[in-house]
Design a protein around this ligand. Structure first.
Ligand SMILES: [Zn+2]
Length: 431
């Protein structure tokens, strides 16, 4: 299914959480691994830490990877002979076996084969994204208007500090453009203002998303395995915000969060259902899980085949579509609130995948030297993808699943919270 479709034309904005973000992480234990992929960070936030000279080999014995992590069925080869196109972490898997992707014959989960042993996974991130600051005050007016202004205009969030009149007016105008609204929803991870409370971002990188959400009234905390990124987050967020090195960290108390977000994290963990189960444990009754990851049935995956950016061997261990991510979320104990395939990164994915197709590699995941013609193609591809999504096709470059833990949020037993009622009344949909 991924091999022989024609390429479309173009584009996507690739803002993870709405703005360029960094993040690097170093997988360690089951639930700990966390890294973002290239597409979630714009080109400006990607860089190699040590250059691309040497190629560490993963030498430990392969773990058995020929059974589906969701249903236990065998996998069939989807693509073989793959190399690390972005960071030169390991040209081959354990024992010199080239990387392949297998797909479950039953449920369509995709996974890396051979699966790197857990103790070797950290080496795959040696040159991953750096943690350079993306200070929101450095963001362009346009960027601020979209990722901070639209949530205020359209979603009921408070205006960020230091919003000026021009930014406010621009946000009101841009909020009328549906693709920009989608970028803005991504910027707050689809979390409604009425659910505000304690938020944990897993794989928080240097904390730009958490800083934004704190400005929007959330009480925030993060998990970030990569020491350098964690330090960046601590510096950015200050001493009042806890950033744990692992989702298994003892400082994280069961039942203590109202929302947990994972943006481009679940594809990096060795045991996705175990990671989601831990999130379930950490959420309070009624709490929300928001999980976004690449979509193996996206238009980009179909158009570019093996060259699609998001296969990202050998860092992406499991890849999902709507059905498999929903299944993993249910298996972890959640009820399903929302499933969709956002297309807001399609133009970036198109540009990056086109470069991989042409050059075989995309060092550092830096998209450079895109010709005006390619830009136009990438925008056309974006619009085509958004049109197909509107027609009901699940072809966005990402899969979004929002899950909910059973039970009612404390204090809501007697009904909605006052602010929730107020928000609904404002929207004219309330009782
Ligand atoms: Zn399966």
């Amino acid at each position: 299914m991924h091999r022989d479709e024609r390429r479309g034309g173009a584009t996507a904005d690739d803002r993870r959480h709405g703005g360029p973000q960094d993040t690097a992480s170093r997988p360690a234990t089951d639930t700990q691994l966390v890294r973002k992929t290239t597409a979630e960070a714009g080109e400006s936030s990607l860089a190699s830490r040590r250059g691309f000279g040497d190629t560490p080999q993963v030498t430990e014995a392969a773990e058995v990877a020929n059974a589906c992590a969701l249903c236990g069925r065998p996998g069939a080869t989807l693509y073989e002979g793959l190399e690390d196109r972005l960071f030169d972490a390991a040209a081959t898997g354990p024992g010199g076996v080239p990387w392949s992707l297998l797909t479950c014959e039953s449920c369509s989960l995709v996974w890396l084969d051979p699966m790197p042993p857990r103790e070797a996974i950290g080496a795959l991130y040696d040159r991953y994204y750096t943690h350079e600051d993306d200070d929101p005050t450095d963001a362009s007016l346009l960027e601020r208007a979209v990722i901070r202004g639209i949530p205020a205009v359209r979603m009921g969030y408070p205006e960020p500090p230091a919003t000026d009149t021009i930014e406010r007016l621009l946000a009101r105008a841009l909020a009328l453009v549906p693709p920009l609204r989608e970028i803005a929803e991504h910027a707050v991870m689809w979390l409604p203002v009425a659910r505000r409370g304690r938020l944990l971002d897993v794989g928080c990188g240097s904390g730009a998303f958490l800083e934004r959400m704190r400005d929007f009234g959330w009480e925030v905390a993060g998990v970030e395995p990569d020491a350098a990124a964690r330090t960046g987050a601590e510096n950015r967020l200050g001493p009042d915000v806890a950033v744990a090195p692992s989702l298994d960290d003892d400082s994280l108390a069961p039942g203590s969060f109202d929302a947990i977000t994972l943006s481009h994290v679940i594809e990096h963990v060795p045991d996705p259902v175990a990671t989601l189960r831990r999130c379930h444990e950490l959420l309070a009754p009624g709490g929300l899980l928001v999980c976004v990851t690449p979509n193996t049935r996206s238009l980009g995956a179909r158009a570019f085949g093996a060259s699609w950016l998001h296969w990202d061997p050998p860092r992406h261990l499991h890849l999902f579509d709507t059905a498999t991510l929903e299944r993993a979320t249910r298996d972890a104990g959640f009820g399903i609130h929302q499933v969709s395939t956002p297309g807001s990164s399609a133009h970036f994915v198109w540009q990056a995948s086109a470069l991989i197709e042409r050059n075989g590699k995309l060092p550092g995941a830096r998209v450079r030297g895109v010709s005006p013609a390619s830009w136009i193609e990438s925008i056309a591809f974006w619009m085509l993808e958004l049109a197909l999504i509107r027609l009901g096709r699940s072809v966005g470059e990402e899969v979004l699943v929002v899950g909910a833990k059973a039970g009612e949020k404390a204090g809501e037993k007697a009904g909605e919270r006052t602010e929730e009622k107020a928000a609904r009344a404002i929207e004219g949909v309330g009782p």
